[in-house]
Ligand binder design. Structure first.
Ligand code: IDP
Ligand code: MG
Length: 140
């Protein structure tokens, strides 16, 4: 598998608890390179658009409120098979189901406040990266 990029968000529950460095350590230990990174406070419109695929789910409004409840760190990660590799180090959506050693097992507070987002496909990674980064902000 060739070098690939994926999109990551360190969510407000993690920035609030000062876990950016600890999460970045797990990302780097997994062999992924952080090639773009910035700390932002998402607008409501940005969060709604980002999670539009979940608009019909019962947790959508709560999820949008959570994602704008504090700063987030948006990231571009690069590496071998990056989309799948990051999903693996993130762990399951519900931390109760997450494997030992994963970010969500170590840090997530709940199924909603689960510390990180990672793209679920190569196609969505490209869309999500373009949403938050210009090409000159990504330095490999
Ligand atoms: P993922 O982040 O593991 O890809 P998705 O199903 O894409 O999981 O859900 C997006 C986000 O929505 C999750 O990371 C979590 O923050 C939130 N979420 C998912 N399922 C639930 C739920 O059942 N209750 C509350 N929040 C949820
Ligand atoms: Mg998802």
């Amino acid at each position: 598998m060739a070098t690939q990029r994926t999109f990551s968000i360190i969510k407000p529950d993690a920035t609030r608890r000062n876990l950016t460095g600890a999460i970045n350590a797990k990302i780097e230990e997994a062999g992924l390179r952080i090639v773009g990174q910035k700390r932002i406070h998402m607008t409501k419109a940005q969060a709604e658009a980002f999670y539009a695929v979940h608009a019909e789910r019962p947790f959508y409004n709560d999820l949008v409120s959570f994602m704008i409840s504090g700063p987030v760190v948006v990231q571009v990660l690069e590496g071998e098979n990056a989309v799948a590799a990051y999903r693996q180090v993130m762990g399951a959506t519900n931390p109760a189901d997450a494997d030992e050693g994963t970010i969500r097992k170590a840090f997530a507070e709940s199924i909603e406040a689960n510390s990180v987002h990672g793209s679920d496909s190569d196609e969505n990674a490209a869309i999500e990266i373009n949403h938050f980064f210009t090409e000159d902000e990504i330095v490999g």
